[in-house]
Design a protein around this ligand. Structure first.
Ligand code: FE
Length: 228
């Protein structure tokens, strides 16, 4: 058996939100999918350790926002690498309150779906929540983010054919060290910089301002280690 076959499955990237009483939370999820069309039902698979899991289990409602391909890494990292137990992840983010009183993230979102749970399936580490659609809107035009695009283009080894590929500066090649974030594994490549974070391509790691943070997880500069 070659489990690499699993990596050939295609996924999107979504922010799944729920509430518990008047508290709310959201997280990144790649498994949101339509199950039936009559009536329209959707499912999400959520890790049992996540706060959003507890919220969906309690309130039996969830929303899913479809992220645009242009979504900044820092926005994804905010929902993916931080816990709502420590902070209000929706503070400072554009969102609205849906039919079910659950939050719906509208920032960087092309569309959203809102559902009431009709069944949940315990699958060990995760629960699959199946919900009947109670709300849905298209919010904007554009390409939805795929999981593959996020990993290949946004986070790392950018294929040259990708639309967001940044031409490398040849004269700076191999003179500047790469640094890896010890929290999330994202690699700072000086040749690419971090344009979303205001760091021009060609900026050595040492020259990055001290208040800069990892675009993926928000870790500070001192969490980075030189790798080559
Ligand atoms: Fe990081």
């Amino acid at each position: 058996m070659n489990q690499m076959a699993l990596h050939k499955l295609g996924y999107g990237l979504y922010i799944v939100c729920s509430r518990k009483g008047d508290r709310h939370n959201g997280q990144i999820a790649n498994t949101v999918f339509q199950i039936t069309s009559e009536p329209p039902t959707i499912a999400v698979s959520i890790n049992k350790n996540n706060l959003t899991h507890e919220y969906i289990k309690t309130s039996k409602v969830f929303t899913a926002s479809v992220l645009s391909q242009d979504t900044p890494l820092s926005f994804i990292g905010h929902f993916g690498f931080k816990s709502g137990r420590d902070m209000d992840k929706l503070e400072g983010v554009d969102y609205k309150t849906g039919e079910t009183q659950a939050p719906v993230v509208t920032e960087n979102a092309l569309a959203y779906l809102e559902a009431r749970v009709i069944q949940d399936v315990d699958v060990g580490t995760h629960t699959i929540f199946i919900g009947e659609l109670v709300g849905a809107e298209v919010l904007g035009e554009g390409e939805p983010m795929t999981y593959a695009y996020y990993h290949q283009v946004k986070r790392g080894t950018t294929p040259k054919t990708a639309p967001s590929y940044i031409e490398k500066k040849k004269e700076t090649k191999s003179e500047m060290a790469k640094y890896e974030c010890s929290v999330c594994g994202w690699v700072y490549d000086p040749e690419l910089g971090d344009p979303d974070g205001g760091i021009e391509p060609g900026t050595p790691f040492e020259d990055i301002p001290d208040d800069w943070v990892c675009p993926v997880c928000g870790a500070t500069k001192d969490e980075f280690e030189r790798i080559e």
